[in-house]
Design a protein around this ligand. Structure first.
Ligand SMILES: Nc1ncnc2c1ncn2[C@@H]1O[C@H](COP(=O)(O)OP(=O)(O)O)[C@@H](O)[C@H]1O
Ligand SMILES: [Mg+2]
Length: 332
C-alpha cells in the first residue's frame, strides 16, 4: 500500500524568510523522518509529497495514493488546516485525521467552544473581541484570560494573558489584535490543574491513550503553558501521566468534546480545571504534533508505554477502517 505524506517543513519556511514564531507549528525533518520510518516498519511504501501546493501539482499531473498521512498545517487563512483534506476529498483519496470542517472549526477556538458548549461539554464562559470597541462589552468576572483565537503552540500566550482588570484586558487585546491580525478569545481564567488527553480512533470507538498533567517547574514562565514554555519544554515543564479521579474526569470531558466535534484517528484535547475542580475544555488539536520526543502526544504515549510505531499504527488503522480499506497494520 502506497502512503503519501503531506506536511509543512519548518526549515523550508525559515529559508524563505519567515520568523521562528510564524513557523512554530510546522514540522522538523526529524518528525517527517520518524513518521516515514514508522510507516515503513508497519509495512507501507511511503512517498513524501510536502505542502498543499506540491500535492495539488502532483494530483493535477495524475498521481494518486492509497492513503495520505496528513500533517500539513497550511500557511494562510482560517481554512489552512482544511486545505489538504479538501483537496484529497476532491480526488477521493483517503487520508488520516479530520475532515475539512473539523479542521477549520478546531483551528478557531471560539467556534470549537460553541460546538462543544452546545453539546453540553463543560468549557469556560467566553467572549470574542474583534476590535478594541468590543472590550467594553465583555461582561465576565475577572480574572480573565486572553489569547489569539486561531493560533497554536502557545503563540500569543504569556504571563500577560491573565488579566485582572478592564485596563489590563484592553492592553493585552490591543497587543494581540495588532500582532496576530485576528480576533482575541477572552475567557474566564481557569486556575486549576492542566491536562492534555491523547485520543486515538473516531466516534464511538475513540479511546484515550493517556492523560498527562502539564506541571510548570520554577524555571517556567509562571501560570501558563506559554509559547516560551512549550519551545523549551525539556527544561521548563514536567509531564506526568495521571491516573486519579481528576485525570479520569478530564478524560470523560475530552472524549465527549472529541465526539461532539467529530474528530478522527488521533489528536489531543487540552483542558484546565476551574476553581471548583471541574475539568473544562480549552481546545482540540486535530493535527497534534508528532515529533517523537518534543510533541505532547508522543511524549504521553512514551510515558504510557505505547511506542511511537504503535501510535502511528493506531492512527493509520483508524483511517483505514473508516475508509473501508481494512485495518491490516502490523501488530503493535
Ligand atoms: N482560560 C484559561 N485559563 C487559564 N489558562 C489558560 C486558559 N486558556 C489557555 N490557558 C493556558 O494557555 C495555554 C495555551 O492555550 P491553548 O488554548 O491550549 O492554546 P495553544 O493552541 O497555544 O496550545 C494552555 O495550555 C494554558 O496553560
Ligand atoms: Mg493547547
Amino acid at each position: 500500500m502506497r502512503v503519501g505524506l503531506t506536511y509543512d517543513l519548518r526549515d523550508h519556511y525559515l529559508a524563505a524568510g519567515y520568523s521562528a514564531e510564524e513557523t512554530a507549528e510546522f514540522d522538523s525533518v526529524e518528525t517527517i523522518d520518524a513518521i516515514d520510518g514508522a510507516l515503513q516498519r508497519l509495512g507501507f511504501t511511503t512517498d513524501r509529497i510536502g505542502t498543499v501546493r506540491q500535492l495539488a501539482q502532483r494530483q493535477v499531473a495524475g498521481e494518486r495514493w492509497d492513503l495520505v498521512f496528513n500533517l500539513a498545517e497550511g500557511l494562510k487563512g482560517v481554512g489552512r488546516e482544511a486545505q489538504v483534506p479538501a483537496l484529497l476529498d476532491a480526488y477521493d483519496i483517503p487520508y488520516t485525521f479530520s475532515d475539512p470542517l473539523v479542521m477549520a472549526v478546531g483551528l478557531h477556538k471560539g467556534m470549537a467552544k460553541r460546538v462543544v458548549r452546545d453539546s453540553g461539554v463543560p468549557t469556560a464562559p467566553f467572549a470574542v473581541v474583534e476590535t478594541l470597541a468590543d472590550v467594553g462589552a465583555v461582561a465576565l468576572p475577572y480574572p480573565l484570560f486572553a489569547k489569539p483565537i486561531a493560533e497554536g503552540t502557545g503563540k500569543g500566550v504569556t504571563t500577560a494573558s491573565r488579566v485582572a482588570s478592564p485596563t489590563a484586558l484592553r492592553k493585552v487585546c490591543r497587543q494581540l489584535l495588532g500582532r496576530f491580525r485576528q480576533p482575541v478569545l477572552v475567557e474566564s481564567f481557569l486556575p486549576g490543574r492542566e491536562f492534555t488527553v491523547g485520543v486515538t480512533g473516531s466516534g464511538a470507538s475513540a479511546t484515550a491513550v493517556a492523560v498527562m498533567e502539564v506541571v510548570l517547574t520554577e524555571r517556567a514562565e509562571a501560570g501558563v503553558y506559554s509559547y516560551v514554555n512549550k519551545e523549551e519544554c525539556e527544561s521548563r515543564i514536567v509531564y506526568r501521566i495521571v491516573d486519579d479521579a481528576d485525570g479520569r474526569a478530564a478524560v470523560e470531558v475530552a472524549l465527549a468534546a472529541w465526539r461532539a466535534l467529530g474528530c478522527r484517528d488521533g489528536g489531543r484535547v487540552d483542558l484546565r480545571q476551574d476553581a471548583q475542580g471541574q475539568a473544562m475544555f480549552l481546545e482540540v488539536n486535530p493535527l497534534a504534533g508528532l515529533h517523537p520526543t518534543h510533541s505532547d502526544l508522543p511524549i504521553m504515549c512514551t510515558l504510557a508505554g505505547i511506542s511511537y510505531d504503535a501510535l502511528i499504527g493506531r492512527i493509520v488503522e483508524s483511517a483505514l477502517r473508516r475508509s473501508g480499506l481494512g485495518a491490516r497494520v502490523a501488530a503493535e
